[in-house]
Design a protein around this ligand. Structure first.
Ligand code: GUN
Length: 291
């Protein structure tokens, strides 16, 4: 069993990006600038956004955090997005999800200029990605492709089972894995909450991408020997033995599944850091594509 080390690979990617930023600076050009919009005080979202800002500093990007109160109106948020769309200093920006219930998430995502949509959530980017045209690929699926590629994992002709059909992970992952690309050319099954006899399907999988958001859902008896497992889940599970009151759990029951796996991602330290690195990569691309 080999651990797919997202911390190490993301460090490699960040080092590559840092070198590119040094080159940009040496030519006297403007370094990439990422803005992140956070609405409200959701604990996990605050952690994620602060990490994204820290990552920017680490590779030499400029960053701006726009921290808005929970009661921010739709109109005000759309105005902030409009300002970011038209601010020439900002190369790319993200609006952290989930948004408070009174905000129409679809309208917000639609308002982002696709050329600055480094999350790749705008329908223009989703459509281009689906057609295999140059586009911002959302960071988690992009990070998983990169992890598979950098470990030279053969995916061609393999049966990939994606569990989960979210717009952010499951759906794009299933499209990307079936396309003609290095980490691609797979035969893909998308399983979800209405799938009948999921165990019979996961037991046939060469590669499983678990992205359903239920802690420790995938267990050892659901996989075959030699399976490759990518765990996208990261849920805060209450745990009174921990100082912070919770532990982080993936969608995979690590002990039972890893015993049968050829490769597996840990939680934390697998997909999470790859997502963060690929947001930086997209921001660098946004800078280059705007030149
Ligand atoms: N919430 C959970 N994942 C993400 C992400 O990748 N981008 C944004 N904007 N919000 C998220």
């Amino acid at each position: 069993m080999t651990i797919l080390d997202g911390n190490k690979i993301s460090d490699d990617i960040k080092a590559e990006i840092t070198r590119e930023v040094e080159l940009i600076k040496s030519k006297g050009e403007k370094v990439p600038h990422l803005a992140a919009v956070l609405v409200g005080t959701d604990g996990a979202s605050m952690t994620y956004v602060n990490s994204k800002v820290k990552d920017c500093a680490m590779v030499g990007f400029d960053s701006t955090l726009i921290d808005l109160p929970e009661e921010t109106t739709q109109e005000k948020l759309l105005k902030v997005i409009h300002d970011l769309n038209t601010n020439d200093d900002i190369d790319g920006f993200i609006v952290q999800l989930p948004l408070p219930g009174h905000i129409d998430e679809h309208e917000v995502l639609m308002a982002i200029n696709p050329d600055k949509d480094v999350d790749g959530f705008h329908p223009t980017n989703v459509g281009k990605m689906t057609l295999d045209l140059p586009a911002f690929i959302s960071a988690t699926p992009y990070g998983i492709l990169e992890l598979l590629e950098r470990y030279n994992i053969e995916t061609s002709g393999k049966h990939v089972v994606v569990i989960g059909r979210s717009h952010i992970v499951g759906r794009p992952m299933s499209i990307l894995m079936s396309q003609k690309r290095k980490a691609g050319n797979a035969t893909v099954t998308v399983a979800h909450s209405r799938t009948v006899n999921l165990k019979a399907i996961t037991q046939q999988a060469d590669i499983i991408i678990a992205a359903l958001g239920i802690p420790e859902f995938l267990r050892g008896d659901m996989v075959k020997d030699g399976v490759i497992v990518i765990d996208v889940g990261i849920t805060r599970v209450p745990d009174s033995t921990k100082k912070r009151g919770y532990r982080l759990a993936g969608d995979v029951h690590f002990d039972s599944v890893s015993a049968k796996s050829e490769y597996i991602t840990p939680v934390p330290g697998g997909v999470g850091p790859m997502t963060r690195a690929m947001l930086l990569k997209n921001t660098l691309l946004a800078r280059k594509w705007r030149l």
